[in-house]
Structures are given as C-alpha cells and as structure tokens.
Design a protein around this ligand. Structure first.
Ligand SMILES: Cc1ncc(COP(=O)(O)O)c(C=O)c1O
Length: 337
C-alpha cells in the first residue's frame, strides 16, 4: 500500500496472542508500536494537529509547544517536520535518552526540566515551564494533550474502532493510563457501541491520577504527578496499580518467553492482566493495549545494572516458566474487577 504521509502509516489492526501467558484464558496484545513514530501517540499527534488546524489556531510557520514523556514528542516532531511547523518539546529526566535524540533528529527543540514538583514528579514543572513560555511569547501555541478533547477523539475513532473492526469485542480490555486519552476514548466508543467489554484502567504505583499517594516513578509513559483534565471516572472502568519492579519483571519475561520486546507500559498492563486472573472467567478473550515496543527501554528496563541499582536484583525476574518465583506477585488492586 502506498501512503501519502507518515501520519497515515498506522498499522492499527495488528493483534498478537501471547500463548500460555495466562493458561486459564487467552491474552492478546494490540501492537501500537509498529508505525513510523513507534507508538500509539502517532494517532494522538495527528488528531491534536488536525483539530488545532481546523479551529484556525495554527497555521503556516507556526511555533508549537507541548509537554511529553517521549512518545508524543517523537510523533509530533515527525508530523511537524512534514508540515513545516517549529516545535518545542518539554520533557524530564525520566524520558529515555534515545527518545530525546530521536525528537532532536526530527528537528524539534527539546527542553529537559530537572526540578521535581510538589508530588515528586515533573509534570507540574513541565506545565509551569510552558506557561512561562506562553506568557513571554503569545504567538506560541500549546496543544495540551492533558486537556484537549482531540486526545480522546484520537482513540474513540482510532484505537477503539480498530479494536472492534480488527479484533472483535474483547471480554476484557486492559488500558494503561498516562494522559488517559486512550482510556477515555475506548470507554466512550465501547459504551456507544454497546460492547459488554469490562475495561480495566492500569496505572503505576506513585501516580496521582486515581487519587493514590504520589511516589517516585522512573519509567516514562504511564502515571502523572498532576491529574489530567480529560480523566473522568464515572464508574465505567476498574482501576489497578502496578509497582515498577513488577512492570520490569513482566517486560523481561515477555521478551524471553514470547520473543516480543515490549515497552514499559505494556509490561505494566500485562502484569495487571496476570494479577487479575482470579477474577477473569476461564475461556475469556482479554486484550491489552501495547503502546510502544521495547527498543526505547534497552538502556533502562532491559539493562541489568540500571534495574539492579534502582530496584534491586529481585526486579530482574527469575527463569522463564509458569512456576518461576515471580509468577504470583500481585499488584496493589484499587478496585476488584
Ligand atoms: C509508552 C506509553 N504508555 C502509555 C501511553 C498511554 O497514554 P495515554 O493515557 O496518554 O493515552 C502512551 C501513550 O501514548 C505511551 O506512549
């Protein structure tokens, strides 16, 4: 197939069964890392830009600014290169070095803020930096993925539609929560379609999005230190929190047992799937959204020294196999699915 723009090369209907991951029911992943930006955020970036253009907020030669933990930045930098927009991307020390270099190679200005905010994260610092820049230069446009309805739209029309078309109706859907755009879009679309799917929102321990206490997090993608404006909990999904060592053990295990190098968020949602297996009826079809692949995490999640120094050798995980000692570790469960 011949595409017109990098924004159109989406591969949104790639699903993979992880045979034996959960012997009692089938677990599948929706692989979102197979497009030119390497993550689900290509859809978000496209929708944020399209909507700003439609509303006449950005035009030729525009200078844009956005906060990112990495993947949205790469996707925006890619699309802005095509459209001739200048973009400043504001990130923090948790962003993978490779992601920062990737954004720069695509022509973006990258600013890394280093000061932790009141909740021990960096999101408030990133936002405050953007507000200062906007005050100093009113022609600058902030896309604001944490507040824009276009972020939700990208996944209600995109991600959720791709699932129902390409996979069918899953019995359970596990979605990681960063800005919550993916979650909100899926909840909206599945409800409108009348799908009986049980949706489970998964976040990292230490994130404040579900109302839990703030704590140190080092893996980019999921979690916030400031609840996103688009996140709304009207009781349409269950919530689970996963500690980062469990994310790491799961990523490494999936790589060794399934030959799939997954990103940190995918390890997190898959850890939640395994932890919820007592509540999932045998024979169910469970789908987990995999926002990116693991190559961006080779220097962190898949680096023995990085892991051991920060989480201890236990986080490296045991030998592959169903009876390995890391099998029964259960993430903290906020609400019983
Ligand atoms: C690595 C990673 N994890 C999780 C997510 C889910 O994010 P959101 O809640 O912002 O849709 C994303 C979004 O792109 C991501 O890139």
């Amino acid at each position: 197939m011949i595409h017109d723009s990098v924004a159109d090369v989406l591969h949104g209907e790639a699903f993979l069964e992880l045979h034996g991951f959960t012997p009692e029911f089938s677990t599948f992943v929706k692989l979102e890392g197979m497009n030119p930006a390497g993550s689900i955020k290509l859809k978000t970036a496209r929708c944020l830009l399209d909507s700003a253009e439609r509303e006449g907020l950005v035009g030729s030669g525009q200078h844009l600014i956005e906060s990112t933990s990495g993947n949205l930045g790469i996707a925006l930098a890619s699309l802005c290169a095509v459209k001739g927009y200048r973009i400043t991307l504001v990130t923090d020390p948790n962003a993978n070095q490779r992601s920062v270099r990737h954004m720069e190679a695509l022509g973006a200005d990258v600013v890394v803020v280093h000061e932790r905010d009141a909740n021990g994260g960096y999101l408030q610092t990133r936002i405050e930096y953007i507000r200062r820049r906007l005050q100093a230069d009113p022609t600058l446009h902030w896309l604001n993925q944490y507040a824009s309805p276009a972020n939700v739209l990208a996944h209600s029309t995109g991600t959720a539609g791709e699932i129902l078309r390409g996979f069918g109706v899953p019995d359970w859907l596990f979605v990681g929560v960063g800005t919550s755009g993916t979650l909100m879009g899926c909840v909206e679309h599945f409800r409108e379609a009348g799908a009986p799917t049980k949706i489970v929102a998964v976040d990292t321990e230490g994130s404040v999005t579900f109302g839990g206490p703030a704590g140190t997090r080092r893996i980019p993608g999921l979690g916030t230190s400031l609840r996103p404006q688009i996140f709304q909990d009207a009781g349409h999904f269950q919530k689970m929190l996963v500690p980062e060592p469990e994310t790491i053990r799961t990523c490494r295990r999936v790589a060794r047992e399934h030959g799939l190098l997954v990103g940190g968020s995918t390890g997190t949602v898959l850890a939640a799937v395994r932890a919820a297996r007592d509540w999932i009826p045998p024979g169910s079809r469970v789908l987990a959204i995999a926002p990116d692949m693991g190559d961006r995490y080779l220097d962190t999640v898949y680096d023995d020294e990085w892991v051991t120094l920060r989480y201890g050798a236990d986080a490296l995980g045991g030998e592959p196999g169903p009876d390995s000692p890391d099998t029964p570790r259960v993430p903290a469960l906020l609400s019983r699915p």
